[in-house]
Ligand binder design. Sequence first.
Ligand code: SAM
Ligand code: ZN
Ligand code: ZN
Ligand code: ZN
Ligand code: ZN
Ligand code: ZN
Ligand code: ZN
Length: 482
Amino acid sequence: MAANVSNIDVILKHDVINVPECPHGPTLLFERYGKGDETVKRFFACSAFRDRKECPFFQWEGEKVSEAKMHLREKHNQVQQLPFSHEECYNRLKKLKELPVDQLSFCKKCGLLLFPEETSNHEVKGHDIQFSVTSKMLNHPTELFSPLDNNKTFAQYLFSKSAVDFLIKTLSDADITHVLCVGTPRLHEAIQNLSDDGTRSLSSLLLDLDHRYMQVYHDVVFCQYNMFNHHFFGGEKSKSVFHQFVKEEKGKTVAMVMDPPFGGMVEALAATMDKIVHTWKTLSNKSDGTQLPVFWIFPYFMENRITQCVQKFSMLDYKVAYDNHALFTGGPMSKKKKRSPVRIFTNLPPDSVVLPLDQGYWFCQKCSRYSAPENKHCELCGVCPSKDGTTYVHCDKCGRCVKPSRFHCDSCGTCQQQDHRCGVSRPAGCHVCGSLEHKRRQCPRKLNLSSAEKSGRSIEDEDAPPKKRKKKRARKKRNQER
Ligand SMILES: C[S@@+](CC[C@H](N)C(=O)[O-])C[C@H]1O[C@@H](n2cnc3c(N)ncnc32)[C@H](O)[C@@H]1O
Ligand SMILES: [Zn+2]
Ligand SMILES: [Zn+2]
Ligand SMILES: [Zn+2]
Ligand SMILES: [Zn+2]
Ligand SMILES: [Zn+2]
Ligand SMILES: [Zn+2]
């Protein structure tokens, strides 16, 4: 079930009591509707894994499940877990660290650190083994573990060093002492390694779906976690680690940095963020309207979707660069490398986040925020208008700034792409009633069908880069699925 299938909605508020669980925690309720008609079918599916091959869980709402099927499910759930508990992992690590360096190895295929006597078992199966794992490697697990970047669910794209440095500087400038790293293992790793020189002023807790981290991090600095349903795989013990971490006391200030997979459901992520904020507020007795500083890392073309879900968030111009993404860099464009489309959305006042001046970012007095070098302030619009890293130009007829690739088409009456077909480039209207005024989600007829709150599952947005030809679209989709 792909996240950009536009005829599927996720329903976050419903009155189903017994929500079934898959190996990744409580499933989500989805609604599939047919084009042009009102037939809707509701079903439960995995919140984390969009590929049915990886989590085949599927259950119609109201479906009776046979005992045999339940049994198969339980078996499947067990196979998915690491063969060791978090505690066992940690005990293994202690013993592994006592071994001479050349004795410690790591199976890249299984994602397991191995004792010498365990290695041959993996070798005979032809698994790729890293021998002689040093303590430096253990302190840099995002380098040791092969990034699961060809996996749609994990979409492990790791920050470049400059992005990590920028985040750490920003957090320190904001006087943060505790960083909740949600799906940001490289940031967590950098913070953990700060402690070595004794000048550490930052602590961090990593919440991530990837269980390989249980082998290198103790259960007070890592919880296996699903950010689409706020599920802690380690149960109550793990939850209390999280509670302890977010509870503010004198001299302690918490912030959250989240870098979810691209194709993820914004509404589910926003609901998770609300739960985290609520926990922080309640445990820290915050009743004065202070906000938990949040940095949500996502592509610029999701701006409308994010700001619809979370008020008071603004998008910074900073381009977040990744090490292992073939296309996205933070620097200048080349034929192969594109500027990163990934930005930071935050509830901190934009003028308080200083973007690197040595990379050409500058402070716009009029907008009272830092802008990218190519983002020129438009006096007519009264803003620095660029979103996508190009210099926008003002169209007098439209009365607004547009991407430089657009031209004003008099038949359409708006600025369009060069190869557009007049009159057909507007996105399709509502699937339920056909109106161009609203999308299916806001359709008054649909809202009458059920009182449950529905949210869209489509990942596309108006500001998304243009889709031209089919081939190009398929290529872009592959590159953007992180
Ligand atoms: C785009 S990567 C971000 C990594 C980050 N840029 C870094 O370098 O630290 C997405 C991260 O989220 C994790 N992840 C994927 N699905 C998740 C889920 N459902 N819940 C929690 N973490 C998840 C992945 O394992 C990965 O670490
Ligand atoms: Zn699942
Ligand atoms: Zn193996
Ligand atoms: Zn400006
Ligand atoms: Zn303008
Ligand atoms: Zn125009
Ligand atoms: Zn036209």
